[in-house]
Design a protein around this ligand. Structure first.
Ligand code: FE2
Length: 317
């Protein structure tokens, strides 16, 4: 039995020296400001969460952690009793209140276990009925749309890199109750070099992964990932970010092997990678683990460019 079972990824927390610049990037990326104080920026998507991305003001750009929710306050008490707890139960100071317990993972990074943040009314979404070879959904009208950013819906997953992949992956699966989706090894199946883990919501289908851990010499954040409305919406975002001529495109557009999402990766002004994705594989607690040799990974992607050489082990402090 895991120590606790997390129910969702709720937000990522970064530090940046300039909240205005971060908000500008995140707005161009397709999020909407939920709240901004002198010291912190809270951004939301169109889904029913008050916020999905937090940036605290600080002199150095830093990855401050990721927050997972639990189903009850009882679980917060359990979290506070773990040996990796670095706080007791404390109030969250963002919009919507709630409480948290902070844990330290084996990479030395903070994991927030949260409960009781108020929900929000979803925002209206621009949706397009797409015709395809099999189904005509949009008939008798002429298709005209305004350019603009993607509509980020929700946070989907976080990717961390560092040494000791088996130890880190084991910790997250054991302590937070995540399930193994795909394990990537090199040569010997015992030589785990990367792993995808998903939420355990029993029979309910969830994203292929909520967490990916990959091998690197030093611990860091590889990226945060956010679901957009659909395929068309992902292309809106690519066009919009490119049109600004000031953001660094990292990798995409393509379709992944494991997870099979359509992806597009961009850097924020301090090199923190943010991914747009749509159309993930959905698994439930009955789905079995797949083990793959790293050398076979690229061939699993049906289309799209190879990642930059530096990407798989990239991590920002
Ligand atoms: Fe990703």
């Amino acid at each position: 039995m895991p120590a606790i079972k997390v129910t969702d990824l709720v937000f990522g927390r970064l530090q940046a020296p300039d909240l205005e610049r971060e908000e500008e990037f995140l707005s161009d990326f397709g999020m909407v400001r939920a709240e901004r104080t002198k010291n912190a920026l809270y951004m939301r998507g169109t889904g029913p969460s008050l916020y999905i991305h937090v940036t605290e003001l600080g002199s150095e750009p830093r990855y401050l952690g990721a927050a997972f929710s639990v189903a009850s306050e009882q679980d917060l008490h359990k979290a506070a009793r773990l040996e990796e707890a670095i706080s007791g139960i404390e109030p969250l100071d963002g919009p919507g209140g709630g409480k948290r317990v902070r844990l330290r993972d084996p990479l030395g990074r903070t994991v927030e276990i949260v409960h009781g943040i108020a929900g929000a009314a979803p925002l209206p979404v621009r949706r397009v009925e797409l015709n395809d070879g099999a189904t005509r959904r949009r008939v008798g009208e002429r298709f005209r749309q305004q350019r603009g950013p993607s509509q980020v819906k929700r946070i989907g997953h976080v990717v961390l890199v560092g040494p000791n992949v088996p130890g880190v992956v084991g910790w997250y699966r054991e302590r937070l109750g995540l399930l193994a989706s795909d394990d990537i090894y090199e040569g010997d199946p015992a030589n785990l070099v990367a792993a995808f883990s998903r939420l355990d919501r029993g029979d309910e289908y969830v994203d292929h992964h909520v967490l990916f851990i990959a091998k690197a010499d030093r611990p860091g954040l590889n990226h945060f990932s956010f679901e957009v409305e659909d395929w068309d919406d992902l292309m809106f975002g690519h066009q919009h970010l490119e049109s600004k001529k000031k953001y660094e495109h990292v990798w995409g557009i393509g379709r992944h092997g494991p997870g099979s999402q359509v992806y597009d990766y961009w850097k924020d002004p301090w090199g923190r990678i943010h991914e747009h994705w749509t159309d993930s594989d959905l698994l439930n607690a009955q789905s079995e683990i797949v083990r793959t040799d790293r050398s076979a990974l690229r061939a699993m992607s049906p289309w799209g460019p190879n990642p930059p050489e530096w990407f798989p082990s990239y991590g920002t402090p």
